[in-house]
Design a protein around this ligand. Structure first.
Ligand code: PGA
Length: 258
């Protein structure tokens, strides 16, 4: 089973030039024989670089593009209109991007994004033909109460975020794999304190039991030294990588080892 490794650049890097360089080295790594055989790679830059990177993407050889795609880190729930600074899924698609991350815990925390907002975003993004990477995950106080408490929290998030999303009970079949869940325990993001692979796979299995057939990624401080300990499980379909995706050599190792 191929793995999906998504690079979430967050608010990085600091210039367009650096973003393009990072994209080119990432594309080169994705094009290595090992990565081509085992891994699909999605690069999610900040909106401000998306056009330039989509342009660089378009110029790549078709064979290079086969296991590489571009995504956005968010998309609004309205197509267009008087919504200052927002970007709709159709705009994202028009650049050639195919994926969007929705419901990242940093947006839930700093932008106070609610499950209702996330639900509306998912519905429009799927309708407009983007593949959605929905992020879910519990906080540390919840996790301290045990894995069952974490599972119950994640189940609640999935229920609210996916309310009324068509075909969600059998996502892979009816939506053709267009909904992907990233399990990212909040306390593991950007902290260097990963979840244990055993607990992560248990959660991945729980999510698959809840949603049937959906692909599940693990995210939270993944690096080249530990990526394999997650990816070796069939039930972990890939990783959402933040910090390590900004270091070309590190990210190359992650995508060529999987
Ligand atoms: P991290 O971020 O790899 O830096 O922990 C992952 C994410 O937030 O998607």
């Amino acid at each position: 089973m191929r793995k999906l490794i998504a690079a979430n650049w967050k608010e990085n890097p600091r210039s367009e030039k650096r973003a393009l360089e990072l994209f080119k080295t990432t594309a080169k790594a994705a094009n290595s024989p090992r990565a081509k055989k085992t891994t699909d790679v999605v690069v999610c830059p900040p909106f401000v670089y998306l056009e330039e990177i989509a342009d660089a993407y378009r110029k790549l050889k078709p064979a290079t593009k086969r296991n590489l795609a571009i995504g956005a880190q968010d998309a609004f729930w309205e197509e267009k209109g008087a919504f200052t600074s927002e970007v709709g899924p159709k705009m994202i698609r028009s650049l050639g991007a195919r994926y969007v991350i929705i419901g990242h815990s940093e947006r839930r925390k700093y932008l106070e994004e609610t499950d209702e907002m996330i639900n509306k975003k998912i519905k429009l993004a799927l309708k407009d033909g983007l593949r959605v990477i929905l992020c879910v995950g519990e906080s540390l106080p919840i996790r301290r109460r045990g894995i069952a408490a974490a599972q119950s929290f994640v189940k609640g998030q999935l229920k609210k975020d996916l309310k009324g999303v068509r075909g969600v009970k059998n996502v892979t079949k009816s939506n053709n794999g267009s909904l992907i869940i990233a399990y990212e325990p909040i306390w593991a993001i950007g902290t260097g304190k990963n979840d244990s692979p055993e607990d992560a796979v248990e959660m991945a299995r729980f999510i698959k039991k809840t949603l049937k057939k959906v692909r599940v990624l693990y995210g939270g401080s993944v690096n080249s030294a530990d990526a394999q300990s997650y990816l070796r499980y069939n039930d972990i379909d890939g990783a959402l990588v933040g910090g390590a995706s900004l270091k070309a050599a590190e990210f190359r190792k992650i995508i060529t080892l999987s």
